[in-house]
Design a protein around this ligand. Structure first.
Ligand SMILES: NC(=O)c1ccc[n+]([C@@H]2O[C@H](COP(=O)([O-])OP(=O)(O)OC[C@H]3O[C@@H](n4cnc5c(N)ncnc54)[C@H](O)[C@@H]3O)[C@@H](O)[C@H]2O)c1
Length: 264
């Protein structure tokens, strides 16, 4: 399955020799930004493992990357809300590919919720899908990274925690939490050479966004609020992810990195 949307050809990406042979784990990798991350990491010669709820798309993507000539990514269906399942997937991926030294905490769900409709179970579910697994995945890869002399953990935040948006109280709270989690993990794991950074995407044209949310009003909002006229695509975010994963960013940690076209 090719990436759903891309702004430029893959061969125009920078190369990061330090990523060749490295083992990377991506959550929510079967579609959207995660699928682009899987493609791009594999294109750099990384050995990629990914998990997702959507088994059919995950298996299709893994086969497609192999058909394109990359090393076939390891895929397992996993619900990141189920922490023992996620921990098991991380252990199994490392047993299959080797110690994980790049972790991309990407899985999330931006389902809309009206404040009046949120009960405790729904609130807890939003935390579980959007922030809790970031911590436990980092905790699970920490010993492997420490043993390898370091690693790079990349957490996906969101512009939604910084702009005027309605109907996303749990999602926005989680994404604000991802920024705090990034700082504390950077502090805790830094002595072991592990870097922890947060990417904050703006409004990115994934298939899901295009299918569900990009209306003429949304287009007008993008045109009004972004400094740059072009729409953002998954590869715009993947470029930053690759740099943060690679040794080129070896002294950068505990930071937020914004790719939003200059949203004002
Ligand atoms: N697309 C945007 O405009 C945008 C903007 C800001 C932040 N982000 C962030 O970027 C990341 C990727 O977003 P996206 O737009 O590609 O999302 P998406 O909805 O297109 O894809 C998310 C992937 O995660 C998987 N997933 C969802 N719940 C899961 C679960 N419980 N267990 C395992 N997998 C699960 C889905 O099946 C899907 O493959 C997310 O963290 C999101 O919050 C996206």
């Amino acid at each position: 399955m090719p990436a759903q949307v891309a702004s430029t050809p893959r061969d125009q990406f920078a190369s990061y020799p330090s990523l060749a042979g490295r083992v990377a784990f991506v959550s929510g990798g079967a579609s959207g930004l995660g699928a682009e991350f899987v493609h791009q990491l594999a294109a750099q010669g990384a050995r990629v493992a990914f998990v997702d709820l959507d088994a059919a798309s995950g298996e299709q993507l893994s086969a497609a990357v192999a058909e394109e000539g990359g090393p076939q990514p390891w895929f397992e269906r996993c619900d990141v809300r189920d922490i023992p399942d996620l921990q098991g997937a991380i252990t199994a991926a490392a047993a299959a590919l080797g110690p994980i030294t790049v972790l991309v905490n990407n899985a999330a769900n931006d389902k809309r919720d009206r404040v009046a409709d949120v009960d405790v179970a729904l609130w807890d579910d939003r935390m579980a899908v959007n922030v809790r697994h970031h911590f436990f995945a980092a905790q699970a890869v920490w010993p492997m990274m420490r043993e390898q002399g370091g690693g790079s953990i990349i957490n996906l935040g969101s512009i939604s925690a910084h702009i005027d948006l309605m109907d996303l109280p749990g999602y926005i709270t989680s994404k604000a939490g991802v920024e705090g989690l990034t700082r504390t993990l950077a502090r805790e794991l830094g002595p072991d050479g592990i870097r922890v950074n947060c990417i904050i995407p703006g409004w990115v044209m994934t298939k899901r966004q295009l299918d569900e949310w990009i209306t003429p009003e949304a287009e007008a909002s993008i045109a009004r609020n972004q400094c740059l006229p072009q729409k953002l695509y998954p590869d715009d975010v993947a470029r930053l992810m690759l740099w943060l994963a690679a040794d080129d960013s070896r002294s950068c940690t505990a930071q937020k990195w914004i790719v939003d076209g200059g949203w004002m």
